[in-house]
Design a protein around this ligand. Structure first.
Ligand code: FE2
Length: 512
């Protein structure tokens, strides 16, 4: 598919959405920041690849821990040039353009590049004045319907920075992946990391826009996290701690705090969403409008994989243990559920992944005849969960694989046609990634895991160390490598495979 350079450049100008004249690459007349420090302390990222493009992200922040959350930048707009090439040395440039970083966006830029070749490796970088960013790498998605022989992607979630080092991200950066699917808890609102000489860093919970920006700036300063972003495009969704622990809809978790007022909580969520969007490689379609942000969307990778990213926080019924678990309870909300069920019933790729947050399969957490369920899971909305599973069967959705985060432990589950009948047919597979760091080191088995596996025979595997899941998908099988770390207490520990689960094409279930 031939695309002229002129077309590429014209598209680039249109995509910046700003009245910036195109200029030759790396001309040093950009309105450079007055600081002498590099503005690229937060690295670069790419996201949401399509067959002809990808989002390129950076944020200018010579001092990402500046007390006002504005990264040490002046309030004026700054011109940022970007370049995409076929090689890391940028001898074969494919597209270039410029974008304006504005103070109201904390000087973040999101460039939606188009006109690239499908299923191709690309390299990108930014420049402001004489400062050049690190180089990132991004593969575009395969063309629609194109035969894809292999697609490798990680699922990961939950990176509480005070809890440990990002050794898992260093491993992800080395894995040569096509994509990282991020399932939520990019930051934790509850805990800051102390930094010598930076007494202003909020030891309290993040609640304001400046707080959330500072928290993102602090997390994103980590070199291993930056390496994982630079190595592959990410497709991100959001979970509770990106705003507040266990929030649901317009309801804060804490009944006796001022933000239990829905209007107060919506204002807080708007600030959290805004800082989240500023720091993520997301398209304009995901840009929040006040307290609203559309996270649910589908990414397609040729004929092999459809990845449906979901939001199980914004539209859900409040987690109130005093209310009955009736059929009206919802995790997805009507609009997202209708979108998902329509997508799963239409033409789809060979494998259909649902990237979402909370545990899908039932979990009886009480040993013995009594049943104890976790309200922050799909057990809290069991009727909707079972209806979604039945829809996968009725619509003959090929090879459904549910991808889950949130619980800080790796699991692999058989999703059965009847959860109350252990002999019923397995109709889907659930793969649950552990945390990157949240919870500290953990161990292969927890004290209650023998009982958990005995009470829940559809749970085939559990591991409570830190890590991620590396998925290698082919037309014949989906292999999930559960990658674990011995420690996150020191930086540099390697990841290794605790177990691999193989799902043959057309034969769901978690065979460890
Ligand atoms: Fe978490």
């Amino acid at each position: 598919m031939g695309v002229s350079r002129r077309t590429l450049l014209g598209g680039a100008v249109a995509l910046t959405g700003a009245a910036v004249a195109l200029r030759a690459p790396w001309v040093a007349d950009a309105t450079a920041p007055t600081t002498t420090a590099s503005p690229f302390t937060l690295g670069v990222a790419s996201g949401d690849p399509t067959p002809d493009g990808v989002v390129l992200w950076t944020r200018l922040a010579p001092d990402p821990l500046a007390p006002d959350g504005l990264g040490g930048m002046p309030s004026r707009p700054v011109l940022v040039e970007w370049e995409v090439a076929a090689d890391a040395g940028f001898r074969a440039p494919l597209a270039r353009g410029s974008a304006v970083a504005r103070a109201e966006d904390a000087h973040a830029v999101h460039v939606e590049v188009a006109g690239l070749r499908p299923a191709a490796e690309h390299f990108y970088r930014f420049r402001v004045g004489t400062e050049i960013s690190p180089v990132g790498r991004a593969r575009t998605a395969p063309a629609p319907g194109a035969r894809v022989d292999r697609f490798a992607f990680a699922i990961a979630s939950c990176q509480s920075r005070p809890d440990g080092y990002y050794n898992a991200h260093a491993a992800i950066a080395r894995d040569d992946l096509d994509l990282v699917a991020w399932l939520g808890d990019y930051i934790y609102e509850s805990a800051a990391v102390g930094v010598p000489g930076r007494a202003h860093l909020p030891a309290r919970e993040a609640v304001s826009l400046a707080d959330y920006r500072l928290r993102h700036g602090q997390y994103r300063s980590d070199p291993d996290l930056q390496a994982a972003h630079a190595a592959a495009p990410w497709a991100v969704t959001i979970d509770d701690h990106d705003v507040e622990n266990n929030w649901a809809g317009d309801v804060s978790q804490v009944d006796d705090e001022p933000d239990n007022d829905p209007a107060v909580f919506r204002a807080r969520r708007a600030d959290a969403y805004r800082a989240f969007w500023e720091h993520m490689p997301l398209r304009r379609a995901q840009r929040p409008q006040g307290p609203e942000m559309r996270m649910h969307r589908r990414l397609t990778f040729g004929d092999l994989l459809d990845l449906h990213l979901l939001d199980t926080r914004r539209y859900r019924t409040d987690q109130d243990p005093k209310r009955p678990r009736d059929r009206a309870r919802t995790m997805l909300g009507a609009e997202q559920r209708a979108w998902l069920t329509t997508a799963l019933a239409g033409p789809t790729a060979r494998w259909n992944a649902l990237g979402q947050q909370v545990f899908f399969s039932p979990r009886d957490l009480t040993a013995g005849p009594a049943t104890g369920l976790d309200e922050d899971s799909w057990d809290d909305c069991a009727a909707e969960r079972d209806a979604l599973r039945d829809h996968l069967v009725a619509a003959r959705t090929p090879n459904p694989v549910i991808l889950t985060g949130d619980v800080h432990a790796a699991h692999a589950c058989d999703v059965r046609a009847d959860f109350t009948d252990p002999s019923s047919r397995v109709v889907a597979t659930e793969l649950v990634t552990t945390s990157i760091s949240s919870g500290g080191n953990g161990s292969a088995r927890g004290a209650g895991d023998a009982a958990l596996l005995a009470e829940n025979p559809h749970i085939r595997f559990v591991d409570r160390r830190r890590g991620y899941v590396r998925n290698v998908v082919t037309p014949r099988e989906w292999r999930a490598d559960f990658q674990v770390l011995d420690t996150v207490s020191t930086r540099g520990a390697p990841a290794r495979t605790a177990t691999s689960v193989v799902i043959p094409d057309g034969d769901p279930g978690a065979r460890a």
